[in-house]
Design a protein around this ligand. Structure first.
Ligand code: S3P
Length: 434
């Protein structure tokens, strides 16, 4: 396992193009695989997680090739997935594990087995098995809750489903199944979660309607994506540089072409509230009735700033879900007590990120306490530094590196290689900004 030391840094300055958005890349590959015709995907994320999705659509019969910096997918059509000879290996990709069964559930008389790495086998899939079973599908998780998961395709019926948790993965799974079902399916969200699937379906001309918290889509004959899709830079990867620029005195980092879909920019709102300086236009925070076509982008400049503590409540959690560990890191440098609550979902990510972030911050000299649905971090005037283990979680590995830059003594990160799940060039980008 790779151990990497990241020493305290002087001002970090420059421009960085974060890697392509992981969520949008998964959806682009999957929907292209489901589509009739050929789709060219520009700026597809070349990382472990999204390459698992390309491999999966290939195993299901799609043709995948490269043309310069484009990925070219010739889809099998909405009802044309082939039954693969073996297990579909999703690797570490929770999004693939949760979205793909929505499509496969409607592939009549074909059986699919999905499995993944040790972390995937600990992540619940009953959350998709329940609505898919209501739609008439046969979905068999192991021990009722976990992968490996067997999907036996069959006819599907439309349902109205109230999501028990605000999960874009579950919402997207049901949306994909709805395309194959007879009638109109409605999903009710407790809070708005990322809407990349709705936007991409809208781009493909599928009538998706939003009415407050209700999203409705009907069955279709064929899915026809535009000839070309371009993936924006990932705001979740950009967030590491926004945190670094804020915490290291004298820093000024601009991330270029960053996705600013309002369902993803919660971290920037929280950072600004804490006193952070992030310049650049975000999408209008209030969604209208129409679903937007495609993804807005912006260049965002972050400068070093003194921080004050804040409280993040449940309604803010979905738009900042993957960045909440970074809010904990910021809390160590802020004046006062930073509280994150209503975020029990953090416990079922690539690791239990409540436990992981609290243990990491305390190991580095911070003052953090776990709660059932989040954590409390008391500002301790910064972090001493020390050693942490990523536990195979890409976002914890990168958080450790940012903590190292802002610490007094540096941080050694065991398992830094996990960053390749979403950000293979992370350490190179870091070196360029120093
Ligand atoms: C994702 C949704 C979120 C997020 C994950 C990616 C997606 O998960 O944490 O990293 O691409 O739909 P949940 O939907 O489980 O909250």
């Amino acid at each position: 396992m790779s151990a990497v030391r990241v020493d305290p840094a002087g001002p970090l300055r420059g421009e960085v193009i974060p890697p392509a958005d992981k969520s949008v890349s998964h959806r682009a590959a999957l929907l292209a695989g489901m589509s009739s015709g050929t789709v060219r995907i520009g700026n597809f994320l070349d990382a472990a997680d999204t390459n698992s999705t390309l491999a999966a659509v290939k195993a299901l019969g799609a043709q995948v090739s490269r043309d310069g910096d484009r990925i070219v997918v010739h889809g099998v059509g909405l009802r044309g997935a082939a039954q693969p000879s073996g297990v579909i290996d999703v690797g570490n990709a929770g999004t693939l594990m949760r979205l793909l069964p929505g499509w496969l559930a409607g592939q009549k008389e074909r059986v699919f087995v999905l499995d993944g790495d040790a972390s995937i086998r600990r992540r619940p899939v009953d959350r998709i098995a329940v609505p898919l079973a209501q739609m008439g599908a046969r979905i068999e998780p192991t021990g009722e809750r976990f992968p490996p998961l067997t999907v036996t395709g069959g006819p599907l019926r439309a349902i109205t489903y109230e999501l028990p948790v605000a999960s874009a993965q579950v919402k997207s799974c049901v949306l994909l199944a709805a395309l194959l079902a007879a009638g109109e399916t409605t999903i009710v969200e407790p809070e708005p979660s990322r809407d990349h699937t709705e936007r991409m379906l809208t781009l493909a001309g599928v009538p998706v309607r939003r009415d407050g918290s209700r999203i409705t889509v009907g069955g279709i004959d064929e899915l026809q994506l535009p000839d070309e899709l371009i993936v924006p830079a990932d705001p979740s990867s950009a967030a590491f540089w926004q945190a670094a620029a804020t915490l290291v005195p004298g820093s000024d980092i601009t991330v270029l072409g960053c996705g600013v879909n309002r369902t993803r920019t919660g971290f920037i709102e929280i950072l600004r509230r804490m006193g952070g300086i992030v310049e650049g236009a975000l999408e209008d925070p209030v969604a209208g009735a129409e679903i937007e076509r495609g993804e807005p982008t912006s260049d965002l400049a972050t400068r070093a700033a003194a921080l004050r503590a804040t409280t993040v409540d449940a309604h803010e959690v979905p738009a900042a879900i993957d960045e909440l560990p970074l809010v904990g890191l910021l809390g160590c440098f802020a004046e006062g007590e930073t509280i994150v609550r209503g975020a029990e979902e953090l416990r079922v990510k690539e690791s239990d990120r409540v436990t992981a972030v609290v243990e990491a911050l305390n190991a580095l000299g911070g003052d953090a306490v776990a709660t059932p649905d989040g954590f409390v971090v008391r500002g301790s005037g910064g972090l001493r530094g020390g050693r942490i283990d990523s536990g195979g979680d890409h976002r914890m590995a990168m958080l450790g590196a940012i903590a190292g830059l802002a610490s007094r003594e540096g941080v050694e990160i065991v398992g830094m290689d996990a960053a390749a799940v979403s950000y293979p060039g992370f350490l190179q980008d870091l070196a360029r900004l120093r």
